[in-house]
Design a protein around this ligand. Structure first.
Ligand code: SF4
Length: 164
């Protein structure tokens, strides 16, 4: 199986109550090899919820205890993010998952970049909290922006081979 951010597969789990449907991933979802996960939902955050950003740092800094995750209305939700990330990691370990495709720029799922905490669409290089935890445990990460038919065919073939 391959972990995929649930919002990319059309699940309405975003802070706004909407989703981020990704046509190519939704087409390949029909193969039955994707496992949809939303770390913020697993961290017990409600839908809808206020938007949240890591404060001037990335997910690795949050995991190290050097940065916080805060909502636009000033609430510290760091513990929810840490809990949700651990839940996703446990799922990945339980199913022997080695690859994840996650939503870029999200404070949980961002693979190459996250918003900077100013709530003004500024980004900085780094991963979200869940993405950073998965990477620290050797799980290979891609964002939806990396996806091509060729890459997806290769990843799904590798996934099939790893189960034989
Ligand atoms: Fe999508 Fe990840 Fe945000 Fe959940 S936490 S809504 S899966 S980007």
């Amino acid at each position: 199986m391959i972990l995929v951010s649930a919002c990319l597969l059309g699940h309405k789990v975003k802070y706004s109550g909407g989703s981020n449907p990704h046509a190519l991933l939704m087409k390949y979802n029909e193969r039955g090899q994707f496992m949809a996960v939303c770390p913020e939902c697993l961290g017990q955050l409600p839908i809808p919820r206020p938007p949240v950003e890591i404060q001037q740092a990335d997910g690795a800094a949050v995991l190290a205890g050097n940065a916080r995750v805060q909502s636009a209305d000033g609430k510290d939700v760091t513990s929810c993010f840490l809990h949700g990330a651990q839940e996703v990691l446990q799922t990945a370990v339980a199913y022997g998952i080695r690859t994840a495709i996650l939503k870029e720029n999200s404070p949980s799922c961002g693979v190459h970049a996250v918003y900077d905490g100013s709530f003004s669409h500024n980004r900085l290089s780094g991963q979200g909290v869940c993405a950073a935890l998965l990477a620290q445990h050797g799980i290979r990460l891609y964002s939806e922006k990396d996806m091509t038919e060729e890459l997806l065919e290769k990843l799904l073939e590798e996934d099939k081979d790893s189960r034989q």
